[in-house]
Design a protein around this ligand. Sequence first.
Ligand SMILES: Cc1ncc(COP(=O)(O)O)c(C=O)c1O
Length: 443
Amino acid sequence: MSSLEPKDYLQKKDFAEPLNLKDLELFFEDSSVQKLAEKLGTRVYILSLNQLERNAKRFRAAIEGYPQFKPSYALAANALPQVAQTLVNLGFGIEVVSIYELKHALSKLKNVPFIICNGVSKHATQNQQKESLIQTVMKLQKEKNITLNFNSIEEIKHAKEFCEKKNIPLKAGLSLNLASHFQNSELQPGLARFGIHTEQIPAAIKLLKNSKIKIEAVQSHIGTQVTKLSKLVKNAKILCDYAIQIGKKLETIIETINIGGGIAVNYYKTQKNKNLNPDYTIEEYAQNIIREITQIYQKNGADPPTIITETGRWLTANTMILLLKATETRKTPQDKHQWIITDCSALTDTNDTVCFGQYFEIVNATKIHHKPTNWYNIAGITCDSNDVFAWPKNNTGPRKLPKTDPGDILTVLDVGAYQLPLRNNFNLLPKTPIYTHKGQPIK
Ligand SMILES: Cc1ncc(COP(=O)(O)O)c(C=O)c1O
């Protein structure tokens, strides 16, 4: 692990844009982190809607050369209504993966331009729900701009049966699983169960032909935090080829290519770990995707399609920090590095660290002007021995920090994506509260 020099990356786009140094203090936007911790206590999340707006506007600027680009926000990343509504107000649609997310979007958000329903088992009736997600979407399509992507042959059969029974049409898309076009090692394990596999496409076409279902889109999401641009571009390219082929078979034009999410963020702030960060910026992503898709359609003599993205992580990761306090330091004979024990929990508040070894940068806000000199493992407060923010066991540590003392405020960066929905109250810790950078509570 390389040493941490916050002054090298604070305020830098794609690294720690909302954080900066003023008069030797660490600031999140225009608020001193130390003062926020004194006022609000520690084990709190702080959210910057300003940073979210900057991200959203930058995303929009990157795609503005392509008028038929329709970005959507993957609600799974962070379902706070304040977050989703900010993105909706900037023209983002909403992507949901369960009937509960759909209900949240319908009841908590205003003027959503369009909704896309993905996910598995959309044909099943969930606990206490009267109908499947597919049935709900069919009913809503009369009055709202809402669609769904079929994840399986079973889902298509279910929809077809319902359309016929009720004599109503359905506009939908096909979620494709393009794994057969990638090496196993190129994709995240576990993706195999998502989407219609390419060898199942003929069966899907057979069911869809002469049915009340009109296929308007194909979609493929090849995983999250995809650090190689070439994979995302390859996904888009293959998807276009399938859109053209499937369109011909169904005697229709598939007007929409939905390339899913996957845009990665720079969790690592130092050059040494550069290869674990994305090899592209959002601008390079947009340019390359647009170029590839336009070329394929031109070659086929077709009009360029509408492009949909379903982005969660890139839009939200850097919008939140987590404040914690060092409560003690200790060194055991077994450990090479000293431990910093904290009043916060990786298990409850940055759950991806414990589950997947997700690395989040950690800064000592109290000693922000001190040189990093000591190597530390950093532990959480709960009784689970894996409740650790940084240690060698899963390559999340050790971390080189200034000499850290009990009472120092530590700041975990980039926790705005996927950590809030995974929050829990293990050991009966209360759910960690969320405040804006102005110190206002967010409910
Ligand atoms: C179908 C689908 N689309 C989009 C996303 C969002 O991906 P990301 O947060 O990488 O942008 C996800 C989450 O993994 C997803 O499952």
